[in-house]
Design a binder for this molecule. Structure first.
Ligand code: GAR
Length: 196
């Protein structure tokens, strides 16, 4: 049996990228296993998917912490550490992070973003790509640093933009690529960078 690196997956909603990571981790030859799925939203649909897959889940609602983002992050960080995870994968985790969590996981926290960064950081990336007349769009997996959607790029996948594309249609095409890209980049990260 190979040594699998334990990871935590952080979600806020649907969890389709998390599902792609779950499926990858189920392969015996994949170098990661999911030690924890954590959501800042107790009603995130992805939590049900994770529980059904037999994974440890925890919800740490951000609302009781009000404006104290760092206090919420300290709970999140403690839960991740308690799980034994060594790498954190943000997968639709819709929180802007403070320097506390960014620094705590510096070089070991990955994010997937639905655009070809540095183009279209932030929200509503598919609308933005169409409004800009982009011929090509896609997704990026990058290391998380202090600037939102700014860390070193680990991998990208591209899709063509078609005449008459809607934001929703484009989102579906990009999401398919996200589900391929994230497990592939994580594999590469563990084998070639993290294990060094
Ligand atoms: C994905 O498209 C992901 O790239 C995006 O949210 C969606 C989550 O879907 N993330 C961001 O916009 C981060 N700023 P999922 O819950 O089905 O994986």
């Amino acid at each position: 049996m190979m040594q699998k690196t334990p990871i935590a997956v952080l979600i806020s909603g649907r969890g389709s990228n998390m599902r792609a990571l779950i499926e990858a981790c189920e392969r015996p030859d994949y170098p990661a296993r999911i030690a924890l799925v954590l959501s800042n939203r107790p009603d995130a649909a992805g939590l049900e998917i994770a529980r059904a897959a037999g994974l440890q889940t925890i919800a740490i609602d951000h609302k009781p912490f009000g404006k104290d983002r760092e206090a919420h992050e300290r709970k999140v960080d403690a839960a991740i550490r308690a799980s034994g995870a060594e790498i954190v994968c943000l997968a639709g985790y819709m929180r802007v992070l403070t320097p506390f969590l960014v620094n705590a996981w510096n070089g070991r926290m990955l994010n997937i973003h639905p655009s070809l960064l540095p183009a279209f950081p932030g929200l509503h990336t598919h609308e933005a790509a169409l409004a800009a007349g982009a011929k090509e769009h896609g997704c990026t997996v990058h290391l998380v640093t202090a600037g939102v959607d700014e860390g070193p790029i680990l991998g990208q996948a591209r899709v063509p933009v078609h005449a008459g594309d809607t934001p929703d249609g484009l989102a579906v095409r990009v999401l398919e690529q996200e589900h391929v890209l994230y497990p592939a980049v994580l594999l590469d990260f563990i084998i070639n960078r993290y294990a060094e």
